[in-house]
Design a protein around this ligand. Structure first.
Ligand code: HEC
Length: 145
């Protein structure tokens, strides 16, 4: 049970928060609904899976291993339900397609894994800059310096 609360608490911290960027606004929302649980959308849950898989991939690249598969379903980027469905616009589709291309390069080209990996992570950041700025600091930690 404790675990669940911790997860919910964490989720509320990392949630996509560019739409309530105003700090005061966020505080008010928190005060009014102290026990409202953050409901993760299908897309948000998918993004979390993608995040975890990139922690694995980063580790493997750093250990000099060859990464040849993704442990998450890339196609969900195109059909998972979002918190705000209007986010799925032409710009989203364009960046999503590029991201998929970079992920395919990552697992297809074992000689430039680090470069291809960072390119994909930079595309996560690029899409987040227009769609969902909240998780950007977390995503930056995935980059291989
Ligand atoms: C084409 C655009 C796009 C790309 C590429 C993208 N994201 Fe996202 N991401 C979104 C959108 C839109 C949301 C908000 C989803 C929602 O709330 O339904 C989101 C949400 C998230 C969240 C927050 C989930 C939560 O707890 O609310 C994380 C973390 C995340 N993305 C990580 C990543 C990582 C890591 C990558 C790359 C490996 C990535 N994203 C690539 C658009 C993108």
């Amino acid at each position: 049970m404790k675990k669940i609360f911790y997860f919910v608490f964490l989720s509320s911290l990392i949630a996509c928060n560019n739409k309530t960027e105003d700090k005061k606004e966020k505080d008010i929302i928190k005060k009014e609904e102290p026990f409202q649980l953050y409901q993760m959308s299908e897309m948000a849950a998918f993004m979390e899976n993608m995040y975890v898989d990139h922690q694995r991939i980063k580790g493997e690249i750093q250990a000099g291993k060859k990464v040849d598969s993704l442990h998450y379903d890339l196609s969900k980027l195109f059909y998972a339900r979002m918190t705000d469905s209007t986010d799925r616009d032409a710009e989203y589709e364009r960046k999503a397609k590029l991201y998929v291309e970079y992920e395919e390069n990552l697992i297809g080209d074992s000689l430039q894994q680090k470069e291809n990996y960072n390119k994909a992570i930079n595309m996560c950041i690029s899409c987040h800059q227009i769609k969902c700025t909240g998780p950007i600091p977390r995503i930056k930690k995935l980059l291989i310096r």
